[in-house]
Design a protein. Structure first.
Length: 265
């Protein structure tokens, strides 16, 4: 829901990003960054590795969805996963990734008046249309879902990029997702600020129903642990506040900076 996000710094996504073998980049549209990803930590690592292999500037037809291979050795190297676990995670991903969905919310407009309706349209999309896994070979092939391709390839504006190495030490999907939400509005000096409605935030975080009903759970189970991990492992300094209307939390405001030379200590 783009209208529910306020930005205080130039977007990192307006710049030019070029991936190299030594510094893999994750690049995706801001819409995909903002969406709920519905992935476990192991699955997100595999998806991230696969995205880092795509050419984000190459235009592809919707009918020519690329296939990306992820190897157990790459998983082990990028995230410090031992060989046995990397094989197990690939096998598990082969079983589950086809079932995983991304949740987008798009503005809905009345056909009669042309004005925005009260509720946005919920759109669910697959990550992949096909998964191939050969037991004992140590690789998985992901055939991307065709309608997802424009969110990963041919990106020219309104996209988010960050180095895969920034997430390599993270042990929480919430930390990784917060990294993406903040990186979306981080400028070239590593600073930024953004405000998300509480509805947007919990959807992006794939928060549980119990968490959505109790803000104290969002604070103690999602926000505070995620901030602590990003500050300890990726050089972030993050201030945040819950903004209220009466007693109800309606939005979250983040002000932050990142020292890349302190990351991954």
């Amino acid at each position: 829901m783009e209208n529910d996000v306020q930005v205080g710094e130039p977007l990192a996504s307006e710049g030019t990003m070029v991936s190299t073998t030594g510094a893999r980049l994750i690049s995706m549209s801001d819409g995909l960054t903002h969406a709920g990803h519905g992935l476990s930590l192991a699955e997100k690592r595999i998806i991230a590795l696969a995205i880092s292999k795509l050419d984000s500037k190459s235009n592809r037809s919707l009918f020519a969805a690329p296939t990306t291979r992820v190897k157990a050795s790459e998983l082990s190297e990028a995230f410090g996963v031992n060989k046995a676990n990397s094989y197990r995670q690939l096998e598990s991903a082969a079983k589950m990734l086809y079932k995983r969905t991304i949740t987008f919310y798009e503005p809905s407009f009345s056909r009669k008046t042309g004005k925005k309706s009260l509720e946005d349209t919920r759109v669910e999309m697959r990550w992949v249309g096909e998964v191939r896994y050969q037991r004992g070979e140590g690789w998985v092939d992901l055939v991307w879902w065709p309608k997802l391709v424009p969110h990963l390839c041919g990106l020219e504006r309104k996209f988010t990029s960050y180095q895969l190495s920034q997430a390599s030490a993270l042990r929480s999907v919430y930390s990784w997702k917060l990294l993406e939400l903040l990186q979306r509005f981080t400028n070239s000096t590593g600073r930024g600020w953004a405000t998300y409605t509480i509805e947007d935030f919990v959807e992006s975080m794939d928060a549980t129903e119990a968490q959505r009903k109790d803000f104290s759970k969002i604070r103690t189970k999602i926000i505070e642990p995620a901030i602590k991990e990003l500050e300890n492992k990726d050089g972030w300094s993050i201030e945040w506040e819950a903004q209220k209307q009466g007693r109800k939390v309606v939005s979250l405001h983040f002000k932050y900076s990142r020292n890349s030379q302190m990351s991954l200590i």
